[in-house]
Design a binder for this molecule. Structure first.
Ligand code: HEC
Ligand code: HEC
Length: 314
């Protein structure tokens, strides 16, 4: 009953603020105005506060305060066993410090709170909500401010260990990667809805779409022949080639090792086909003609090769 009450209260809050749009099967839009259901009651400020736990950059910063010096002690007690005394990470637990500047210019980017996170508010929110991993939500806000100050200190973002970190001083902190994000302007979908002379849906082969080839209906129809080829290729691959190319047996390049295939394709697809059909001895081992199955036709072997290379540009 308790849960049910909450749902009603929440619904009351939503329907008060907006009117709810419901789309019926025939796409006619019905608008239901607040109060129409005669359910629930107006949520009180206190009830809303219980749900409204968002902390964001500059809004709803939590109460309390702390310094890196206080945080160091807490960190050693509660965090260092997983994240290391200097945030260097223990085992597979995340590294919390370092890596600044590696996102742009390094071949091995290191994403940490310091190098990657755009706002310190995330650190406060995440730490309070989710850490320590083994006893989440046990930290007070003072402890959270102190620990966050210490993590920022480990990243050289806070330099004075006595700096009092709180909602007032929050804006003195600028995270190094704050400007490293762009808004993604791409639309959710590129497909235009067809309004006239549209294809008969029955002519569209949905199965090929599920296999992941093509995005729009037109693509699906046009690619059906290619997909048929890949179906044949996959059959042959599974029966004959996977034995070696599935996991690199006898020096065979693994099917998912795209870098190797890109390099091999530099000699041209004709030569790669030819090697598979007639066999060859390379640097790594022997590729037997037709994978050792002499009764395959040349086209079948080619289909298997094309299947193996279907995700690699050539
Ligand atoms: C028992 C091990 C453990 C302890 C103790 C622990 N953490 Fe974590 N921490 C984790 C793991 C695991 C993750 C990654 C969780 C995930 O990605 O879902 C994590 C993630 C984090 C992250 C986010 C890192 C990132 O780049 O995504 C922060 C910040 C963090 N912990 C801070 C702390 C603080 C502060 C403490 C001490 C109060 C603490 N942790 C204690 C295991 C631990
Ligand atoms: C007995 C193991 C074995 C089987 C079975 C096998 N391969 Fe290979 N394949 C190899 C090895 C080893 C190489 C790498 C030779 C080298 O470069 O040293 C290779 C290389 C290739 C190459 C790369 C050719 C190039 O020019 O670099 C293709 C394509 C290929 N195999 C296709 C197939 C196909 C298709 C089948 C199934 C019909 C198949 N293989 C079955 C072992 C095998």
């Amino acid at each position: 009953m308790y849960k049910f009450n909450n749902v009603l209260i929440l619904f009351g809050a939503i329907s008060l603020a907006y009117s709810v749009n419901i789309y019926a099967d025939d796409y006619r839009q019905i608008t239901i105005k607040s109060g129409d259901f005669n359910l629930g009651k107006k949520a009180s400020k206190e009830e809303i506060a219980g749900w409204h736990i968002e902390i964001s950059h500059g809004h709803n910063l939590p109460p309390g305060e702390g310094t890196a010096a206080d945080g160091e002690e807490l960190f050693d007690e509660q965090c260092a066993n997983c994240h290391g005394s200097f945030g260097e990470g223990v085992g597979r637990n995340p590294v919390l410090a370092g890596g600044e500047g590696t996102l742009k210019d390094s071949l091995k980017p290191e994403r940490t709170v310091g190098s990657y996170w755009p706002y310190a508010s995330t650190l406060l929110d995440y730490t309070h909500r989710a850490m320590p991993f083994n006893s989440a939500q046990s930290l007070s806000w003072d402890e959270t401010w102190s620990l966050s100050a210490y993590v920022l200190y480990l990243n050289d973002i806070i330099e004075d260990e006595e700096f009092v970190f709180n909602a007032q001083s929050y804006h003195e902190i600028k995270m190094p990667n704050e400007d490293g994000f762009i808004r993604d302007q791409r639309p959710d979908t590129n497909n235009k809805r067809c309004m006239k002379n549209c294809k008969d849906p029955k002519s569209i082969n949905v199965k090929t779409a599920l296999l992941g080839y093509g995005s729009g209906a037109e693509d699906v129809v046009e690619e059906t022949a290619v997909v048929k080829g890949h179906e044949l290729g996959q059959k042959i691959y599974d029966a004959t080639c996977r034995l070696c190319h599935g996991n690199g047996l006898a020096g065979a390049p693994k099917i998912e090792d795209s870098l190797t295939w890109e390099t091999r394709l530099k000699q041209g697809i004709a030569k790669v086909h030819n090697h598979a059909i007639n066999g060859f001895t390379g640097q790594y081992g022997v590729m037997p003609a037709k994978g050792g199955k002499a009764d395959l036709t040349d086209d079948e072997v080619k289909a298997a090769v094309d299947f193996m290379l279907k995700d690699i540009e050539h």
